[in-house]
Write a protein that binds this ligand. Structure first.
Ligand SMILES: Nc1nc2c(c(=O)[nH]1)N[C@H]1C(S)=C(S)[C@@H](COP(=O)(O)OP(=O)(O)OC[C@H]3O[C@@H](n4cnc5c(=O)[nH]c(N)nc54)[C@H](O)[C@@H]3O)O[C@H]1N2
Ligand SMILES: Nc1nc2c(c(=O)[nH]1)N[C@H]1C(S)=C(S)[C@@H](COP(=O)(O)OP(=O)(O)OC[C@H]3O[C@@H](n4cnc5c(=O)[nH]c(N)nc54)[C@H](O)[C@@H]3O)O[C@H]1N2
Ligand SMILES: [Mo]
Length: 764
């Protein structure tokens, strides 16, 4: 039997409607589209959910990690894409065992991701036996037995992989890492490895903490806000309210992005009368259309221009006191900047010297400025070094650890930051492992585990046979779809703890399990212990509770903490030093353990019950830098451009407006003027002319890495406002093109924003 195809159908819909891109985001249409999505899934469950979302007594929106305002929450504290996420999880549609009896795994795989999403919620544990064509129902106890049996059979605990996606609560994540470590491995790859890992690595080296250093209030005090490689109109729409407030008060917003994104140009607030009527607030005062990967030379240019300003007007353009007191490595940076050639800076960044000087003039030690960034920086080959140049800019001007200034990596998944705080990390610090050993009387392993890329390589080589996923859609999110599929097919057992159907349920190991769990908006009622709540940490280090209110869609569902604890209980038995049975049902007990083992969680139960939650400590806010030398470090790094041959383009893979990562809510990308199609390749008009490609013509894409090629057919070419030589296509359709061996230095993040491609007209 051949394995089902890992790719979504490689055909176009035939119904593309392409129009001009929008010049601002949101407005009334955002509200109508939200309501359409709610109505399609379930009007009652969806509306109740929207009213409870992001309220102090409600649940945390599972869409993005942008924080809620501390005060002045409106009764509709949501955005269009949060509404889509909530409609999707609150749907009344269900996938029952009948569905799996009707469709074989191969037949399910023939459908699109959009179709999979619309089938509804998973409702019962299902088992795919070795050699079987269909999933069949299985009892929870039998499912846990199968997992325990497989784990007990492995030659070493390092042959098991425990993947986490960033929606898991703090409580679930803490239990999950404890399960892996009691079992004996640090193999805890997570979605962060494909996402903000580069930010964590860069910031830990340079300022001693891998998290952002600002809070929402700092945005009220900032004079300048820089936004690198981020599309907030689609991916963090609630950030637009923050930016609108800043713009209205006169702050300068600078967008750095190869694409002109509607959400950076302007915003019509859908909850203001003027916004509903379509009046928009202009956002970006300066739009720097950098070349892809051009941020590092741009930052070099800014640093150089600031030094030139200081030379003409000494004492006004650099914060010498901050540098002296708090930093190391400044002299090396200064020497490097002197040697850098403006011609190369301009060529590689795509931004003129005059323009760079204009921006540099805005940045002085008296300027409060915040730098935000997302995947446009983190998924580049030189991501870590680039983010360290952002940090250099802040160190040079002392724009760190003071009101209105600091670094703001804008996280993706709603609890990806919390999961890392809870120990979902393949390279845990010794202090954390010691704390676990002491708290639980176990011996945790010291050997570092696999990250996402090395986990795939290990499965491919046959060095890992059991793959368990706490959420997510590993197959479609990972790079190099065909290679990752082969890796998963090699496993003896793959286990997906999931809420909705996805392609990781059809590309499996020899045996597979689907374990369906509660979503955030559902009540978590535990036997004897009653209703439980969970906690999450947002992008700005605020930990708060989240409590569901809907009745679960099926009586068979278990919560994530319960599922994890029951796997552990079955695996370790009654004699385990950890009382897994009690942890499964009483989350206060889990929070007590978190309090005892992770700094910053004192009186966790008490403080998480307070509306709004609490801030975790962040040393950088007090200008303390917990690096190897207790200083903030300047990093001096040379820029190496990506060499492309004539005819080659640099492809970035990005998100449309109607998706959450691999979950496809619809086929539109409204702000970019795309309707009814996802197999789109955005190109510069001159490149299209040079290659003789017509508008909407189907093209096949080949990617090139070392001597290897990879292919993805049938994308419709659309001319777009992006720099010559660069191209863009949607994730996950373009993932087969991302080479497994191409990842960022130091962080191992797949280079999903820098894939060398060639294109040719599809043969019809
Ligand atoms: N609705 C919705 N919300 C989401 C998600 C979703 O899929 N849907 N995903 C969540 C997750 S997990 C994450 S990580 C975030 C992702 O949020 P984003 O990072 O905003 O997501 P992307 O679509 O990958 O957009 C990357 C942006 O970087 C730009 N870019 C590409 N290359 C470069 C470059 O070399 N330099 C610069 N300066 N810019 C570049 C692109 O043009 C694009 O605007 O959103 C989160 N929120
Ligand atoms: N080419 C390319 N690849 C990329 C990216 C890119 O920009 N380009 N971005 C990368 C990034 S930033 C990220 S974060 C990863 C995302 O990688 P993942 O986090 O692995 O993927 P998602 O698509 O977010 O996962 C969606 C699935 O999670 C499950 N799910 C949803 N909610 C819950 C829940 O509450 N509990 C449980 N247990 N399951 C749930 C559902 O079954 C759903 O199908 O993808 C990465 N891959
Ligand atoms: Mo992400």
């Amino acid at each position: 039997m051949s394995a089902p195809s890992p790719n979504p159908p490689e055909t176009t819909t035939g119904t593309l409607q392409a129009s001009a891109p929008h010049k601002h985001a949101a407005g009334l249409q955002a509200v109508t589209v939200s309501l359409q999505h709610v109505a399609r899934e379930s009007l009652t469950r969806g509306t109740i959910s929207l009213l409870k979302m992001n309220q102090k007594n409600g649940f945390d929106c599972s869409s993005c990690a942008w924080p809620d305002p501390d005060d002045h929450r409106s009764s509709f504290e949501f955005c269009e894409n949060g509404a889509k996420a909530t409609a999707s999880e609150s749907t009344s549609k269900k996938i029952t065992p009948y569905f799996f009896a009707k469709y074989s795994v191969e037949e399910i795989a023939e459908h699109s991701d959009y179709w999979m999403e619309r089938q509804g919620r998973l409702t019962q544990p299902m088992h795919l036996a070795p050699g079987a064509t269909h999933y069949e129902p299985i009892s929870w106890d039998n499912a846990f037995e199968k997992i325990a049996d497989h784990l007990k059979k492995l030659p070493s605990p390092d042959h098991a992989l425990f993947y986490t996606s960033g929606r898991a609560s703090n409580e679930a994540a803490y239990l999950y890492q404890l399960l892996a470590r009691q079992y004996g491995t640090n193999n805890l790859p997570d979605c962060s490895n494909m996402c903000h890992e580069s930010s964590g690595v860069a910031m830990r080296e340079s300022i001693g903490v891998g998290k952002g250093t600002v809070s929402l209030q700092d945005f009220d005090k900032a004079h300048v806000i820089l936004i690198f490689g981020q599309n907030p109109g689609t991916n963090h729409p609630r950030m637009l309210t923050t930016l609108q407030k800043a713009a209205r008060r006169g702050a300068t917003i600078i967008a750095i992005n190869p694409l002109r994104e509607a959400g950076l140009l302007g915003f019509s607030h859908p909850q203001e009368p003027a916004g509903i009527l379509g009046q928009s607030t202009p956002l970006a005062d300066h739009y720097l259309q950098v070349k892809p990967k051009g941020d590092m030379p741009l930052l070099h240019g800014l640093l150089k221009a600031i030094h030139a300003n200081e030379a003409t007007n000494p004492g006004h353009h650099i914060d010498h006191e901050f540098i002296e007191q708090h930093t190391a490595g400044y002299e090396e940076l200064k020497q490097q900047l002197e040697k850098l050639d403006w011609k190369e800076i301009v060529e590689h960044s795509g931004i003129s010297k005059a323009r760079i000087e204009e921006i540099a003039a805005l940045l002085t030690p008296r300027t409060n400025f915040i730098s935000c960034w997302a995947m446009g920086l983190t998924q580049q080959p030189n991501a870590v070094a680039t983010i360290q140049q952002v940090s250099n800019l802040h160190l040079l001007l002392g724009a760190l650890g003071k009101t209105g200034a600091g670094l703001c990596p804008v996280r993706g998944h709603s609890n990806v930051q919390g999961d890392r705080t809870m120990g979902i990390w393949e390279e845990p610090p010794e202090s954390f492992l010691q704390a676990l050993d002491q708290e639980f009387q176990i011996t945790t392993p010291r050997k570092h585990g696999h990250n996402t890329v090395s986990a795939i390589q290990a499965m491919h080589k046959g060095d890992a046979q059991v793959f368990i996923a706490l959420g997510g859609n590993f197959l479609s999110a990972a790079p190099d779809t065909e290679y990752t599929a082969e890796a998963l097919n090699n496993c003896d057992l793959t286990v997906q703890i999931s809420t909705k159907l996805n392609r990781s349920h059809t590309t499996t190991g020899k045996e597979a399990l689907i374990l369906p769990c509660l979503v955030r908006s559902e009540k978590d009622l535990q036997p004897q212990q009653g209703e439980q709540y969970i906690t999450v940490e947002n992008s700005m280090g605020i930990v708060h509770s989240s409590q569901g209110h809907l009745n679960p869609i099926s009586k068979h569902l278990l919560s994530e903490p319960t599922i994890v604890a029951k796997i552990a209980h079955t695996l370790f038995g009654e004699d385990s030093p950890i009382q897994w049975q009690t942890l499964a049902h009483n989350y206060d007990l889990i929070r007590n353990h978190i309090e005892n083992t992770i700094p910053g969680f004192e009186q966790f139960n008490e403080r998480s019950r307070k509306p709004g939650g609490f801030y975790l400590p962040n040393a950088v806010k007090e200008r303390k830098f917990n690096t190897h030398n207790q200083k903030a470090n300047f990093f001096t790094e040379d820029f190496t451009p990506i060499e492309t041959q004539p005819g080659q383009l640099l492809l970035q893979t990005l998100r449309s407006h109607d998706q959450f990562n691999t979950t496809i809510y619809g086929l539109n990308d409204r702000y970019r003027g795309i309707h009814n199609e996802r197999r789109i390749l955005f190109l510069n008009l001159e490149d299209m002319k040079a290659q003789g490609i017509q508008r909407e013509q189907p093209v096949d894409i080949t990617s090139h890495f070392n001597d290897q090629t990879r292919h993805a057919p049938n994308f419709l070419a659309i001319p777009y406002d992006l720099p010559k030589g660069c191209a863009a296509a949607y994730f996950p359709e373009a993932n087969p093109l991302v080479p497994i061996d191409s990842f960022a230095e130091k962080s191992h993040t797949p280079t999903s924003k820098a894939v060398i491609i060639t294109i040719e007209a599809s043969k019809v």
